[in-house]
Design a protein around this ligand. Structure first.
Ligand code: RP5
Length: 161
C-alpha cells in the first residue's frame, strides 16, 4: 500500500525518538514512509519532499527535529497536508530549544506540536486524523482507547486494593 503518513526527521540521530511514531502507526496498520530531510543541511530536498508528498498520496506528515528545529515549520510552509511536529530533545537545554522552535509558528502556517520527545502521540494523532474519514479505523481507535483506559482503571484499583 502507498504510505499514508510520512515520518521525517532532520537527522538519522533523531530516529531513537521518532521510531515511537512508526510503532504507533504500525499498531493500526497505517502504512508509512520514513526519511531524513534537513531544513538546514538539505533544504532543496526537504522542499521537494514537502511539495510532492500530497500528490503521492501521503495524508499526514510527522516531522521531528532537535535544536534549531525548523523542519516541521518549513515543511508546513510548502504543503497543505497537516504537519505534526515532534520536538526532539538534544544534549543541551532539555529540549526547550526544539519545542520553542517548533511550537511558535506564525499565523497562517499551522504545525500541531506534541510534547518534547512525544513521537508516540504524534503517531496516534496521525491515526486520529486518518480516522476522520475511515469508519473502520475509528472503530479500532475506540476499542484501543477503551482498553487503554480499562488498563489504567485496573492499575488504580490495584494500587488501592
Ligand atoms: C537537527 O540537528 C536534527 O533534527 C537533529 O536533532 C540535530 C542534530 O543532528 P546531528 O548532528 O546528530 O546529525 O537538525
Amino acid at each position: 500500500m502507498n504510505p499514508l503518513v510520512g515520518v521525517i526527521m532532520g537527522s538519522d540521530s533523531d530516529w531513537p525518538v521518532m521510531e515511537a511514531a512508526g510503532q504507533a502507526l504500525s499498531e493500526f496498520d497505517v502504512p508509512f514512509e520514513v526519511g531524513v530531510y534537513s531544513a538546514h543541511r538539505t533544504p532543496q530536498r526537504m522542499l521537494d519532499y514537502a511539495r510532492e508528498a500530497a500528490d503521492r498520496g501521503v495524508r499526514v506528515i510527522i516531522a521531528g527535529a532537535g535544536g534549531a528545529a525548523h523542519l516541521p515549520g518549513m515543511v508546513a510552509s510548502a504543503t497543505v497536508l497537516p504537519v505534526i511536529g515532534v520536538p526532539v530533545p538534544l544534549k543541551y537545554l532539555d529540549g526547550m530549544d526544539s519545542l520553542l522552535s517548533i511550537v511558535q509558528m506564525p499565523a497562517g502556517v499551522p504545525v500541531a506540536t506534541v510534547s518534547v520527545g512525544g513521537a508516540r502521540n504524534a503517531g496516534l494523532l496521525a491515526v486520529r486524523m486518518l480516522a476522520a474519514d475511515s469508519g473502520e479505523l475509528g472503530e479500532r481507535l475506540r476499542s484501543a482507547m477503551a482498553s487503554f483506559q480499562a488498563g489504567l482503571e485496573n492499575l488504580v484499583l490495584d494500587k488501592h486494593a
